[in-house]
Design a protein around this ligand. Structure first.
Ligand code: G1P
Length: 317
């Protein structure tokens, strides 16, 4: 891992965000047995591991420094973003320029760094593991299970909110009351409309991790995109274990939101988001993204249409 960037002379309020932190240390129990020996982040979505989409999203938002927070058993994630000269030579020798470009493209996405989370102490702890690398700069956190639809501008919108308002920014989506227990949920006040297609900006006044429907502050659920002020590190370091006995990022943000001098904003997102850690949602993700692929989509859509028309789908209903 590289040494932290010297930041003493920079004001964190105006600093540009260049770093993304991607926690990838989770066990992936929702997808066992597939994830017994394969990291959940490496499950393929069409022809790329899920985590590659997340790194691509960070890279297209201009974040060219990516820190993966990994753990024991996640070597495949680390290897995926490393160059593989033997493979590149073999593809070059065969004249397979298309696959060679695909393989090289992965390493060219960003400067990738790793740090290990030595114990599974929760998302808040995983983010705290990034402290030495991030230093005193604002940074983005992208959760590897959440894929945002290609072409959506969520992260760029959030970076714009941070540049304009300082503090921290979370991405929110409205969910049904029977799903609040799966997310961090926010109490919010409207602030302004950001602009056509960009969603709504709200001020977050409170956050609760995975509340039951009767105690949820609202139906606004935090999805896996954050732009955080480095002030979060001191708060995380003092945050006791919360929901599930883990150190929760939600709890640290709750404390920041309660303080006068640290705004927490929410960008309400209504675009496409996929949870690839859940089996049913994973299947929908693969089908939708395969349909959209310029190289595979037309054949796949034709097959899918025939499959539905054949009656074999309805036959199982
Ligand atoms: C984490 C966060 C939760 C957030 C969710 C989004 O939970 O703790 O606040 O709403 O990601 O996907 P996890 O899904 O890792 O249990």
């Amino acid at each position: 891992m590289n040494a932290p960037t010297p930041t003493a002379a920079r004001s964190t309020a105006s600093a540009t965000v260049t770093k993304a932190v991607i926690p990838a240390a989770g066990l992936g129990t929702r997808f066992l047995p597939a994830t017994k020996a394969t990291p959940k982040e490496m499950l393929p979505v069409v022809d790329r591991p899920a985590i590659q989409y997340v790194v691509e999203e960070a890279s297209s938002a201009g974040l060219d420094d990516v820190l993966l927070v990994t753990a024991r058993g996640k070597r495949a994630v680390e290897d995926h973003f490393d160059s593989d000269t033997a493979l590149e030579h073999a593809l070059a020798a065969k004249g397979d320029t298309e696959r060679l470009a695909a393989v090289r493209g992965v390493t060219g996405l960003a400067r990738i760094h790793h740090v290990r989370q030595g114990a599974p102490l929760g998302l808040g702890h995983a983010v705290l593991c990034a402290r030495d690398h991030v230093g005193d700069e604002p940074f983005a956190v992208l959760l590897g299970d959440d894929l945002i639809g290609p072409g959506e501008t969520l992260l760029t919108d959030m970076l714009r909110v941070r540049a304009r308002h300082g503090g921290s920014v979370v991405a929110l989506m409205e969910v049904e009351p029977d799903r609040t227990h799966l997310y961090g949920c926010a109490a919010v006040k409207p602030v302004e409309y950001i602009g056509a297609g960009d969603g709504t900006l709200v001020r977050v006044s409170d956050l609760v991790e995975k509340p039951a429907r009767d105690v949820a502050p609202s139906g606004y659920a935090v999805i896996g995109r954050y732009v955080l002020d480095p002030a979060v590190f001191d708060v995380l370091a003092a945050t006791p274990p919360g929901h599930g006995g883990e150190i929760q990022l939600t709890d640290a943000l709750r404390e920041l939101a309660a303080s006068e001098d640290h705004p927490v904003h929410g960008v309400v997102f209504s675009g496409r988001r996929y949870d690839t850690g859940d089996r049913a949602s994973y299947l929908r993700t693969v089908v939708e993204l395969a349909c959209e692929r310029p190289d595979l989509g037309s054949d796949f859509r034709r097959w899918l249409t025939d499959f539905v028309r054949s009656g074999r789908v309805a036959a199982h209903g």
